[in-house]
Design a protein around this ligand. Structure first.
Ligand code: 1HE
Length: 262
């Protein structure tokens, strides 16, 4: 594969302007060990400049069974803290990287696997997907950014319920509460994620950048700061030559029409 390193626990494949990154520890349900987290960070930090969007998916029947629990036994408190910080850096390389990431979810999306999915920008689930935070039952706590990212998607009360009671959300309920933005029939998540990533790759880079890096900051800022940031970014985006070309295409009747469901 040109331009990409080979990884034993990840598959990395280019398709035009998008890259497909597959978790590849099927025999362990794609449980995330240190090697896999470091590989993920490495791949997201070294994407070639002509890659404009990514798809993240799990090989086999499950997206990801979370943290590799066999590695947990070996850590004391200080090592545990550094390990959690290592996860934070890896997941930040996805959420605040250079390109939007669409995840394709099936089967287990649990524990650290859910934390990983929550660091992507769009989640496409098929009807086999289920979501859980078994950390509660294992006597631990989330350590991969879940306490920050999960409440932003589904609310703090639902997250507390998941961890206190072991509640598992099925695919339909998961879409309704906000885990996934798209729900598709079994086996179709990867195809839908590819379609969306291809569309995203065709956007103006400044628009994609603003949605990844500015929108989440505006969402956390006081309203007056947010409005000012919005004006600044909007002015920068509309002054780019690409924006002028796209607006001209619309005015000359050459842009695709907006339609419900498209
Ligand atoms: C694992 C792991 C794992 C599977 N660490 N080895 N995550 C969890 O608590 C979820 C644990 N996993 C499961 O509940 C189930 O494996 C699944 C529902 C995901 C899939 O079930 P199934 O029947 O298809 O597979 P399995 O038989 O349970 O597992 C197959 C093998 O994968 C088996 O190993 P084997 O050597 O006996 O074949 C399992 O031990 C192994 N395996 N999941 C290690 N997670 C940054 S903090 C994040 C904290 C967390 O993520 S805590 C939540 C961890």
């Amino acid at each position: 594969m040109k331009n990409f390193e080979q990884y034993s626990n990840l598959t990395v494949e280019r398709d035009g302007a998008i890259v497909l990154i597959g978790l590849n520890r099927v025999e362990k349900r794609n449980a995330l060990n240190d090697g896999l987290m470091l590989a993920l960070r490495n791949v997201f930090e070294s994407l070639p400049a002509d890659i404009k969007a990514a798809v993240l998916y799990g090989q086999g029947e499950h997206f990801c069974a979370g943290l590799d629990l066999s590695e947990l036994r070996e850590r004391d408190a200080e090592q545990g803290m550094h390990h959690s910080r290592m996860w934070h850096r890896a997941l930040e390389s996805i959420q605040f990287g250079r390109i939007p990431v669409v995840s394709a979810l099936q089967g287990a999306v649990v524990g650290g696997g859910l934390e990983l999915a929550c660091a992507t920008h769009i989640r496409v689930a098929d009807s086999s997907a289920f979501y859980a935070l078994p950390e509660g039952a294992r006597g631990i706590f989330v350590g991969g950014g879940g306490s920050v990212r999960v409440p932003r998607l589904i609310g703090e009360a639902r997250m507390a319920d998941m961890m206190l009671t072991g509640r598992v959300y099925g695919a339909e309920e998961g879409e309704r509460v906000g885990f996934a933005q798209y729900l598709v029939p079994a086996g179709q998540a990867l195809a839908k994620a590819r379609e969306l990533a291809t569309r995203i790759a065709g956007n103006a880079p400044m628009t994609n950048y603003a949605l990844m890096h500015v929108l989440p900051r505006i969402a956390e800022a006081p309203a007056d700061n947010g409005l000012l940031m919005e004006s600044l970014v909007s002015a920068i985006a509309q002054s780019a030559p690409e924006a002028k070309t796209r607006v001209a295409e619309f005015l000359e009747g050459r842009a695709a029409k907006l339609r419900a469901g498209s």
